[in-house]
Design a protein around this ligand. Structure first.
Ligand SMILES: C[S@@+](CC[C@H](N)C(=O)[O-])C[C@H]1O[C@@H](n2cnc3c(N)ncnc32)[C@H](O)[C@@H]1O
Length: 223
């Protein structure tokens, strides 16, 4: 999605309605002094900036989508977080940071690329001893994940469900209304309309099988 279309659609405005769950996960971690946080698959940075507000940490926000990163960079400048939050264009498959670089790895909505067990395995060395990981993903395979956490050298500190009814009421329902309005407004703009149709399809997919769309936060510690 281009920078301009991201701005027109302003999905972030609706994504921010779920920030309270990012906060809920963060406060389940022990208090840390200026934690170094890696946000994997940050997108336009809605959880990133929430973390910046609630931690006094340094955040490295990583994504492969440069347009999304440009959008996040603009927000970082606007709120004066340039020293606290940096962006990096990289694939989550190529995170060659030195071992132990981070107190906390945060990943919301980006594990579909790599898989849960693979992320646990491949990212473990990036976390300092007894450091943390917070993963937010669709709710499927919960029991298997609980086993993998232990088997992969972590301790499950906590987890919680974000029920599909929350996704509907706080995100998809208001976003659907917004997308409908934009479709009316941008009938003559093929480029914007094409993206809006993709957004509409995502909403329809949610409505078809809402119960598939609950998600879970896992709060885990490297042991
Ligand atoms: C559903 S969005 C989640 C964005 C943000 N974390 C949030 O919760 O609002 C998934 C993000 O993962 C990013 N992504 C997909 N494949 C990636 C990869 N191989 N490396 C890094 N980021 C990737 C996408 O560009 C997108 O920004």
């Amino acid at each position: 999605m281009t920078f301009n279309i991201l701005k027109i659609i302003d999905k972030d405005h609706y994504r921010e309605n779920l920030n309270e769950y990012t906060r809920k996960a963060f406060i389940k971690l022990p208090v840390m002094d200026k934690p170094k946080i890696l946000d994997v698959g940050c997108g336009t940075g809605v959880p990133t900036l929430e973390l910046a507000h609630i931690s006094d940490g340094e955040i490295l926000a990583l994504d492969i989508d440069q347009e999304a990163l440009n959008c996040l960079d603009e927000k970082i400048r606007a709120i004066g977080f340039v020293d606290q939050v940096k962006t990096v264009n990289s694939s989550l498959f190529d995170m060659d940071f030195p071992s132990g670089s981070f107190d906390l790895i945060w990943a919301e909505g980006s594990l579909f690329e790599i898989g849960f067990e693979e992320a646990l395995r491949d990212w473990r060395h990036l976390i300092r001893d007894h450091g943390f990981m917070v993963l937010h993903i669709p709710h499927q395979d919960h029991q298997a994940r609980i086993s993998s956490i232990k088997a992969s050298g972590y301790r499950l500190l906590d987890f919680f469900l974000v029920h599909h009814s929350i996704w509907w009421s706080y995100f998809y329902q208001p976003y659907e209304e917004h997308v409908k309005n934009l479709i009316g407004k941008y009938q003559e703009n093929k480029e914007v309309l094409k993206v809006l149709k993709i957004e509409e399809a995502e909403i329809e997919m949610f409505k078809k099988n809402p119960e598939d769309n609950s998600s879970i936060f896992y709060i885990i510690q490297k042991v």
